[in-house]
Design a protein around this ligand. Structure first.
Ligand SMILES: [Zn+2]
Length: 139
């Protein structure tokens, strides 16, 4: 069976377990922090059950109150890494159009960069050195 990650709750559940083993309450608490809204156990436990049935996570009972500790299996870690790399690609696609490109070296400028008016146009460079080299190359 394929596991669909169709919500932020599911996405973060995997991420949080990838960061380390957690018991159910801790997981819900961290999800609330991450997402800034209330998460009910009804949103989490059915998904954890699916993950357990697919051997993505394993559940151990520990402590005097039989708290359940959830952790990723080896298969689960591979699943999480695969998910992260796919989402990484999506994030790249999402920010790509907003990137500026250095007019001299062509590297991508995520934030700020260095701007200089050359001729009649404002050009963006990654740094002042690139702007200087650019001006030299135009002489
Ligand atoms: Zn540059």
């Amino acid at each position: 069976m394929r596991i669909k990650i169709g919500s932020m709750v599911k996405f973060y559940t995997i991420i949080l377990l990838y960061e380390g083993n957690k018991h159910g309450y801790e997981l819900i608490k961290k999800l609330r922090e991450k997402l800034g809204r209330n998460i009910s156990s009804g949103q989490i436990y059915p998904f954890l059950k699916v993950l357990e049935n697919n051997k993505i996570i394993k559940v151990e009972k520990r402590g005097e109150r039989d708290k359940k500790i959830y952790s990723l299996t080896k298969k689960g870690k591979a699943f999480a890494e695969n998910m992260l790399s796919r989402f990484g690609d999506l994030i790249d696609i999402a920010i790509e159009p907003k990137l500026k490109v250095c007019a001299h070296c062509g590297c991508k400028v995520y934030k700020g960069g260095y701007q200089e008016k050359i001729g009649k146009r404002y050009l963006t460079f990654c740094c002042k050195h690139c702007a200087d080299s650019f001006k030299k190359s135009k002489k």
